[in-house]
Design a protein around this ligand. Structure first.
Ligand SMILES: *[C@@H]1O[C@H](CO)[C@@H](O)[C@H](O)[C@H]1NC(C)=O
Ligand SMILES: *[C@@H]1O[C@H](CO)[C@@H](O)[C@H](O)[C@H]1NC(C)=O
Ligand SMILES: [Cu+2]
Length: 123
């Protein structure tokens, strides 16, 4: 009796792991801007794409010249990286998308205005 109950728990645990694992597998990785990377005019790269929470954006860029600043909507629209929520500058930045609106700009003066910005909406 006791043993049967125990193996049922093990099956339940394995099922849980399986469900969790398949959720992980469904996360996709995107290279922002594809071959061009995180670059001028990348703004329209998101057009026609659907993103999920947990998907990973990989930003590839030349450090010092470019960077990635996580901003809110008003900073995205005004192209101001000052007071950004997070700042990355290593040249290869992976960001896991959260549900809701995700805004990224390059904080180098003038770059965001040249379309080095993306808005990603996750439903
Ligand atoms: C890119 O998106 C911006 C803003 O939505 C738009 O003004 C512009 O015309 C688009 N450019 C192209 C090449 O589609
Ligand atoms: C970022 O994502 C790329 C592509 O999936 C991967 O090769 C790389 O190891 C990741 N880097 C980090 C720091 O997680
Ligand atoms: Cu830049």
């Amino acid at each position: 009796m006791g043993q049967g109950r125990c193996s049922a728990n093990i099956i339940l645990m394995l099922l849980c792991m399986l469900v969790f694992h398949s959720m992980m597998i469904h996360a996709d990785t995107y290279i922002v801007g594809d071959n061009k990377g995180w670059s001028f005019g990348v703004q329209n790269w998101t057009a026609g794409k659907t993103f999920k929470a947990g998907d990973i954006l990989v930003f590839k860029y030349t450090p010092v010249i470019h960077n990635v600043v996580v901003v809110d909507e008003s900073h995205y629209n005004s192209c101001s990286g000052l007071g950004g929520l997070k700042y990355y500058f290593s040249g290869s930045t992976n960001i896991t998308l959260a549900k809701g609106a995700n805004y990224f700009i390059c904080g180098t003066p003038g770059h965001c205005t040249l379309g080095m910005k993306i808005a990603v909406n996750v439903n």
